[in-house]
Design a protein around this ligand. Structure first.
Ligand code: HEM
Length: 507
């Protein structure tokens, strides 16, 4: 006969099991009751991390073909919603934009950009609103962008001269375009170019290191108990070192501005050429932002503009030139348009760009096929919500695959082909109203630098087309042109673009 003491253990286990079941089914937030988006099978501990690959936008696009336009991945312990359809993007960035306007806290960014005091990574809330409104109204407004027209035109002329006087007929166009965007941003944001060889190389190489740190795989970000790895493999120490370097650099820039004879920074007059640090210091001095601006905010905002503005713009230009070299008929059509608009003036200025409809279509098509930030910037939900019938829990990270959307065969005819003509007779634009085409994102967190970026890209393209005839290096055919993408948040062309260049003798 079984005695009572022997029954205690099974009895207690049974009671615990019933309590567990009761809690499980009784809890409205239990996943059993929820309708979750489909998920690819995951491995223990790492979840779906192994499926991201070197080029996550491509791997996620392939996965979405099997699991649908809304997928729930698990990167370690992190739930991540991946959106690959225009409908999904519309729901998140328009209908429920408020719920999805937060950014996740990223530790490297937090350490380097003053506790995420910048605009791109500040959590959604009052502070971000204040900083964004300074940027949108004071730093990146149409009028302000217009006020830097002279800087753009001077730097473009220098670029043309550099190519014209290059000793070889074959040039590295990638390097030239990186210098162009870098020099423009330096002058606009920091007030001067960093031209001393060691200065400029240092900045470019530090920015590159920063980009590399951002995409370095950090197990502790996804699997908290593996956090110790960063302490022993020097990762944390490297991040600290980089944070100090950037702080010294930006502190120096701000000091330089404070020390030099006070400029007349009349904010109401955007025609003067105050640089962005001048403007931020003026807002700080006059306490124009409603609440005081700290020095760290100034440095963080300048950091943002510097990082967000250089790499993306040069990447977009390099891809555009690569596509044109691959499609000589499009290049010829573009050259004809630009040269016809230039006419007897033998030059093009920003005033001519509105007449160049094909040039605008080329830029749009290039940004469709090669959005420099294909996964935009990550978002995070701030409450439980429903997207296209699926339940999405609070604190889910959200990745919008703009590249997959822009190549969706349900939305685009021959989506893999480079065909600028598709943009000629449509009003479709990249300003965040057409969700099938969002290279600059959309909604509250959409890119505030569109006007700035397009002003540089269109003029640079027009000047190049006017002044030179480009071809592939000797013996290479269009098929040989390598279009491999490089890993990173900004997806640039992996192999630098080498081109053969002949002067257009008329100019
Ligand atoms: C071709 C060039 C550019 C591309 C493709 C681009 C693309 C983007 C994208 C996709 C986002 C994220 C949007 C989202 O999460 O919905 C973004 C955000 C941002 N961009 Fe750009 N961008 C470019 C140039 C610029 C320039 C020139 C600047 C400044 C001078 C700039 C400043 C920013 C900032 C500050 C944010 C963060 C906005 C926020 O979170 O509130 N970008 N950009």
């Amino acid at each position: 006969m079984i005695s009572f003491p022997h029954l205690i253990v099974p009895l207690v286990s049974l009671i615990l099991f019933i309590v567990f079941l009761f809690k499980w089914y009784g809890n409205p937030s239990s996943t059993a009751r929820k309708r979750l988006p489909p998920s690819p099978p995951k491995l223990p501990i790492i979840g779906n991390l192994h499926q991201l690959g070197q080029l996550p936008h491509r791997s996620l696009q392939a996965l979405s073909k099997c699991y649908g336009p809304l997928m729930l991945l698990h990167l370690g312990r992190l739930p991540v919603l991946v959106v690959s359809s225009a409908d999904g993007a519309h729901e998140i960035m328009k209908n429920q934009d408020v719920v999805f306007s937060n950014r996740p806290k990223l530790r490297v960014i937090d350490k380097i950009i003053y506790g995420s005091k910048d605009m791109a990574f500040a959590p959604y809330g009052e502070y971000w609103r204040q900083v964004r409104s300074i940027c949108v109204l004071q730093l990146l407004s149409n009028k302000r962008v217009q006020s830097f027209r002279r800087v753009r035109e001077e730097e473009m002329s220098l670029m043309i001269e550099k190519i014209r006087h290059s000793s070889s007929s074959s040039i590295n166009l990638s390097n030239i375009l990186v210098s162009l965007t870098n020099d423009i941003i330096c002058r606009v944001a920091l007030g001067r170019k960093y031209i001393a060889a060691q200065e400029s190389t240092k900045i470019v190489s530090k920015l590159k290191e920063f980009q590399e740190l951002l995409v370095t795989f950090n197990p502790g970000d996804y699997i908290p108990w593996l956090d110790w790895i960063n302490r022993v493999n020097d990762f944390n120490a490297n991040v600290e070192k980089m944070a100090r370097w950037f702080d010294d650099f930006f502190e120096g820039v701000v000091e330089e501005h404070r020390n030099r004879k006070k400029r007349e920074t009349n904010l109401k007059d955007s025609s003067n050429e105050a640089d962005l640090v001048d403007i931020l210091l003026e807002i700080q001095r006059e306490n124009m932002a409603g609440s005081p601006i700290e020095n760290d905010t100034i440095k963080a905002v300048i950091f943002d503009i510097f990082v967000a503005g250089t790499d993306t713009s040069s990447t977009a230009l390099v891809w555009t030139m690569a596509e044109l070299l691959k499609h000589p008929k499009s290049m010829e059509k573009l050259q004809n348009e630009v040269r016809q608009v230039a006419g007897s003036k033998l030059d093009v200025t920003e005033d001519d760009l509105d007449k160049m409809l094909y040039l605008k279509a080329v830029m749009k098509e290039s940004l469709r096929l090669h959005p420099p930030l294909p996964l935009l910037l990550p978002r995070e939900s701030t409450q439980d919500s429903k997207i296209l019938g699926y339940d999405i829990a609070v604190k889910t990270r959200v990745i919008i695959n703009s590249c997959a959307i822009a190549r969706d065969p349900l939305l685009w005819e021959s989506p893999e082909d480079f065909c600028p003509e598709r943009f000629l007779d449509t009003g479709m634009d990249f300003r965040g109203l057409n969700f099938e085409y969002i290279p600059f994102g959309a909604g509250r967190r959409g890119c505030p630098g569109i006007t700035f970026a397009i002003a540089v890209a269109e003029l640079a393209l027009a000047k190049l087309m006017l002044n030179f005839n480009f071809g592939l290096p000797h013996g290479a055919t269009e098929k040989d042109l390598d279009m491999t993408e490089s890993p990173g948040d900004t997806v640039s062309k992996k192999i630098p673009l080498l081109v053969n260049v002949r002067k257009n003798n008329k100019y």
